[in-house]
Design a protein around this ligand. Structure first.
Ligand code: FMN
Length: 188
């Protein structure tokens, strides 16, 4: 499978991006699947005024972004918890896409906080978002509290105990993603 990891924070000095990078590295090193970070801070999409397929002049990068999502087999959304939910940047980016880019694909959610709690509310809200865009929301989630103690600035895991959570989440994600991908190959 090719997996996109959507990095949902556009904040200066953001910490959650290291989780997106870390997960991509972790998946790529294991070698079973390939992963690519899709960084919303790089795209900096303006507030959505119309969905992509109805826009005569789409903002820079939007078509590339849509293609990356379309061409991937499965997705992981990484977002910090902001005021009890995921970021507005993530919702804004997803709202541009109305051509089924996420449809019938496994989508895992990862929430991040600097504090202890790990952002369960953001994770639950992302699962709802996944249902809204026709994806198969992975029931298991990865919540990353105290992010600076779990991932360093390069995305390397700092905590061997927490690494077990990461591997369990990914095992579940791969199971669902592979099942969906195999079904598509069987009917193609
Ligand atoms: C606008 C805003 C809202 C926040 N709301 C929450 C929250 O609801 N729950 C929480 O645990 N932390 C909250 N935090 C703290 C974030 O978890 C922490 O700043 C984290 O590093 C944000 O991720 P980022 O660095 O990738 O932007 C909030 C931070 C910001 C900037």
């Amino acid at each position: 499978m090719h997996i996109t990891i959507l990095s949902g924070s556009t904040r200066i000095n953001r910490l959650s991006h290291r989780v997106a990078v870390g997960l991509a590295n972790y998946i790529n090193i294991q070698g079973q699947h390939t992963a690519e970070v899709v960084d919303l801070a790089e795209y900096r999409f303006p507030l959505m005024e119309e969905v992509l397929h109805r826009l005569p002049h789409p903002p820079a990068g939007l078509e590339e972004f849509a293609q990356k999502i379309k061409q991937s087999d499965a997705h992981i959304m990484v977002s910090p918890e902001y005021n009890g939910s995921y970021t507005a940047a993530l919702k804004n980016a997803v709202d541009y896409l109305k051509e089924g880019e996420f449809q019938r694909k496994a989508v895992g959610v990862v929430s991040v906080t600097s504090g202890m709690m790990g952002g369960m509310r953001a994770a639950l809200a992302m699962q709802q978002l996944v249902l809204g865009i026709g994806g198969y929301a992975l029931p298991q989630m990865l919540t990353v509290g105290q992010v600076a103690q779990r991932f360093d600035e390069n995305g390397d895991l700092l905590d061997p105990v927490f690494e077990k959570n990461v591997q369990t989440f990914l095992n579940n994600f791969f199971w669902l993603g592979e099942a969906v991908t195999e079904k598509k190959m069987a009917i193609a």
